[in-house]
Design a protein around this ligand. Structure first.
Ligand code: SER
Length: 313
């Protein structure tokens, strides 16, 4: 492999799983992990500290390592987005625009994640179609719709090879729960494994589309490996695996953590969850580039509990 891969947001929820997967696929020396705040170099290879909004800093890294591909994962999530809409716009939109411009300048291939947050209360909530109404009510969602439009525009105008998926809630265990509405799942896992009572911020009936992180990583690498002509959507592809309610998540976790205690106290995050779909039609991703998920609820909860327990020994 001649050109190297740059991952921004390499230490976040998805980055911390994508980077090792890329090491396996392309070799540790071919991947540059870029982080800003929570950098840890344990088990990482090449690491660079930079602010993804700083275009010149990213440009220097592209030149230094002869980068050919960027996975641009830096993003503030839905809950922070409501606390600080201005910074969220700046990081999520201006940061992406910089990367797209650098992509044109250096002829790069770019991956950027959108989200179910691009949808809103006027979107059909069940089996949400690929092409539908995008009227989000969160700043995070606004940045995702804008990002999708920017990606489509840069492809149309400059023929930039940019690819994207709309991730559902990601079920992962390596990083503690952060500022995502869907991460009640991870908070329940951590509290359960660590013997604390969990206060779930959504009602037990709330249903959202979700996906095990290994499936999400596979989709991320697969869409980038597809031939350019297979990628027919240059905004962002719907992507789905399973859907369940918070109550169903609790029940599935309890099979692995018999003492799990959960109380439901919906807060401002309930409104965010209620504006998002319950299930997603991802047939275009399945048809165009062969997307297929693998993990079901039983397997996911077993693996997450086992893995977190092992990691904490
Ligand atoms: N996981 C994200 C959130 O809940 C959605 O993309 O904010």
């Amino acid at each position: 492999m001649s050109k190297k891969i740059l991952v921004t947001g390499a230490f976040g929820q998805i980055g911390s799983e994508l980077v090792p997967a890329l090491y396996k696929e392309y070799g540790k020396d071919n991947v540059v992990a870029m982080g800003h705040s929570n950098i840890s170099s344990d088990s990482y290879g090449i690491v660079e500290k930079a602010d993804a909004k700083d275009k010149d800093a990213v440009l220097q890294i592209i030149k230094k390592y002869d980068i050919g591909i960027i996975y641009h994962l830096v993003s503030l999530l839905s809950v922070i987005g409501e606390k600080d809409p201005k910074v969220t716009w700046d990081i999520n939109v201006n940061g992406l625009k910089n990367i797209l411009e650098l992509g044109v300048e250096f002829g790069l291939q770019i991956f950027w994640p959108s989200s179910i947050a691009a949808f809103g209360p006027t979107t059909p909530r069940e089996n949400t179609p690929q092409e539908t109404i995008l009227e989000p009510t969160t700043m995070y969602g606004v940045t995702k719709v804008t990002g999708e439009n920017l990606c489509r525009y840069f492809n149309l105008k400059y023929n930039l090879d940019v690819r994207s998926v709309r991730y559902p809630g990601i079920l992962s265990w390596k990083t503690p729960p952060s500022a995502g509405t869907t991460e009640y799942t991870i908070a329940m896992l951590y509290d359960g494994v660590q013997g604390r009572e969990n206060t779930c911020w959504l009602s037990s009936e709330t249903m959202l589309p979700m996906m095990y992180v290994d499936d999400a990583i596979k989709a991320t690498i697969d869409i980038m490996k597809a031939t350019s002509s297979e990628i027919k959507i240059r905004g962002s592809y719907n992507l789905a695996a399973i859907s369940f309610t918070a109550g169903e998540w609790e029940k599935a976790l309890r099979k692995n953590i018999p003492n799990l205690k959960v109380v439901y106290k919906p807060d401002e995050r309930q409104k965010i969850a209620d504006s998002w779909p319950k299930s997603i039609d991802d047939s275009r991703a399945r048809e165009d580039w062969g997307w297929k998920h693998e993990y079901d609820l039983t397997k996911i909860t077993r693996l997450m509990v086992e893995n977190l327990r092992k990691a904490q020994l």
